[in-house]
Write a protein of this length. Structure first.
Length: 104
């Protein structure tokens, strides 16, 4: 079974911590989180990422620039904006996107 690698970017540390715990709770999901987009970019360049989750408190221009950066360097990456709604919604959002791309 494939392990999906996640990078989570969010400026709200407590929400970032919760998202990391939720994503890492799934057997074949592995996540790392960043609150600094420059550090996230460095990590992204050195690792194959399947899914980028954009969380809360990211400025609009940072969100757009980071999304463009990710797609430029890893065109197959899935970038998902997630701003809350519980663990069931998070899992559904991710699985739906993976299904649409034929990755599930």
């Amino acid at each position: 079974m494939k392990t999906f690698e996640f990078l989570i970017l969010g400026k709200n540390e407590s929400i970032l911590t919760i998202l990391l715990r939720l994503v890492n709770a799934y057997e074949n999901w592995n996540a790392i989180g960043f609150s600094d987009e420059k550090l996230a970019q460095e990590y992204f360049l050195e690792n194959k990422i399947d899914i980028v989750l954009l969380s809360s408190a990211i400025e609009d221009h940072v969100e757009k620039e980071f999304t463009s950066f990710c797609l430029k360097h890893q065109p197959d990456v899935e970038v998902i904006e997630h701003f809350g709604g519980g663990s069931g919604l998070l899992k559904s959002e991710i699985e739906h996107r993976l299904y649409l791309k034929g990755k599930l």
